[in-house]
Design a protein around this ligand. Structure first.
Ligand SMILES: Cc1cc2nc3c(=O)[nH]c(=O)nc-3n(C[C@H](O)[C@H](O)[C@H](O)COP(=O)(O)OP(=O)(O)OC[C@H]3O[C@@H](n4cnc5c(N)ncnc54)[C@H](O)[C@@H]3O)c2cc1C
Length: 409
């Protein structure tokens, strides 16, 4: 939608093909219905993909300020919350509507319920009648000078991004780096998750790839934030942001360990001191009350069980060895990651059209005149507005390039 608006503003003639009844269905789901469009912290480390220099080049060509001005130009008032940028009314539908109405007012041809079945680069025929691209849909065949492919990924298929864009790109000769869910929850092996499900707590989450015998551990990534414990494992922003690393490693057959620091602001020695003073002050209390006021009760009980401390053990009988194990478990609550939420449970995808086969204007180096933008490319961003920022910047870069070359699409 952004690519179409920018192209028309630059005097191109544009047709949008959308196979859903309406455009922008996924946008309506974003930011829990509030649409986290962008972020004040645009450090490049929030983006991941097969060629960081290309991602950087695109974001430099079209920085967040430009895309935010674009939205303001469409009439969208925005506000910041904890660095995240949202529509002022906190309704994703407002973002969809400003885009939709602008598209209508600019006179863009929009064909909805038009499934693109193939995009074909035409070889100029002898009579020179056909050139550019033929786009074949279930509503007919159309000719264009240029094509911008913005078909999204395979996440949340019911929003329309069903992965068909990957096949269209492959048919044109592009390499598609194996798409996989990113920004998803992780499933863990341990059987205690049902007893602690629903807990949300500040934590530092680290993921390690373990060698087959688990002798050697390699840190994949580490991040702090709100950890959410589910019936099947772990979720929350730090887990989601790190999830694509685990997904890739699990798909490669690696073993993954998660290590949760449940009191990231306190060091282990202080935790042990705290446990000791707690025991001294309340010697007759039972172990199941040891962590009350510090950790959620079920989590404290789970830690006791993992330390082989009976829940009805009087605190005064706990030994130094117990205290040491309890302190270690709070700082290193290890879990075995065995799976992940699939495409329909994830908020973005890693993988996609290789960045090595597009230039800094996102034009294909294999098929001149073909451009890509958004999540179809091998780029994934962290939670916090980075995926929509990528979609916006890449769409504007691809659309502007048409103008620079003076061609019509
Ligand atoms: C639940 C959820 C919450 C999210 N929250 C946020 C957030 O707050 N902030 C953020 O930055 N990101 C968020 N994201 C990610 C963000 O929505 C996506 O990265 C972004 O929408 C990608 O934009 P896109 O235009 O590339 O693809 P999409 O938005 O997926 O759009 C692709 C469009 O192409 C159409 N299409 C696909 N194939 C065909 C075909 N063959 N023929 C015709 N039409 C086709 C689809 O129907 C779809 O309308 C969230 C995602 C989800 C699922």
């Amino acid at each position: 939608m952004i690519a179409a608006i920018v192209s028309v503003q630059n005097k191109d003639e544009v047709t949008i093909f959308e196979h859903m009844p309406r455009m922008g269905k996924k946008l309506l789901l974003t930011g829990s219905g509030k649409c986290n469009i962008s972020n004040t912290d645009m450090d490049i480390s929030h983006f991941h993909g097969g060629d960081m220099s290309r991602i950087k080049a695109v974001l430099e060509k079209c920085p967040p300020d430009v895309t935010l001005d674009f939205f303001r130009g469409l009439g969208l008032l925005m506000r910041e919350r904890k660095g995240g940028l949202y529509p002022y009314c906190e309704q994703a539908s407002a973002v969809v509507d400003v885009l939709r109405f602008s598209i209508r007012d600019l006179g863009v041809d929009v064909l909805t319920q038009a499934n693109v079945l193939s995009v074909q680069k035409l070889i100029p025929s002898d009579n020179g009648l056909e050139r550019g691209f033929a786009v074949t849909t279930d509503q007919g065949r159309f000719l264009f000078d240029k094509v911008i492919m913005c078909t999204g990924s395979a996440c949340n298929r019911n929003t329309g991004s069903d992965g068909s864009g990957y096949s269209l790109a492959k048919a044109l000769g592009h390499t598609v780096i194996k798409p996989a869910p990113a920004l998803t929850h992780l499933k863990c092996e341990e059987d205690f998750f049902a007893s602690i499900a629903g807990i949300r707590t500040q934590a530092n989450v680290s993921l390690y790839e373990c060698s087959k015998d688990c002798g050697k551990e390699t840190l994949l990534g580490s991040m702090g934030g709100e950890l959410q414990i589910t019936r099947s494992g772990i979720s929350g922003i730090p887990v989601m942001n790190l999830s694509f690393l685990a997904v890739r490693a699990l798909d490669d057959g690696q073993k993954i360990k998660g290590s949760l620091d449940l009191l990231p602001d306190v060091d282990e020695e202080d935790i042990q001191g705290y446990i000791r003073s707690r025991i001294d002050n309340n010697p007759d209390r039972l172990a199941d009350e040891l962590f009350i006021g510090v950790l959620a009760k079920p989590l404290g009980m789970c830690i006791c069980k993992r330390a082989n401390v009976g829940l009805k053990t009087p605190c005064k009988t706990l030994t130094s060895a117990h205290i040491s194990i309890l302190g270690k478990l709070i700082k290193k609550f290890d879990v075995t990651v065995t799976g992940y939420g699939g495409f329909d449970e994830s908020q973005s995808a890693c993988g996609g059209v290789s960045l090595l086969e597009v230039d800094d204007d996102l034009e294909s180096t294999i098929v001149p005149g073909l451009f890509f933008a958004g999540e179809i490319l091998d780029v994934n961003g962290d939670c916090g507005g980075y995926n929509l920022q990528w979609a916006a910047s890449s769409a504007m870069v691809a659309a502007r390039r048409h103008h620079d070359s003076g061609d019509m699409i």
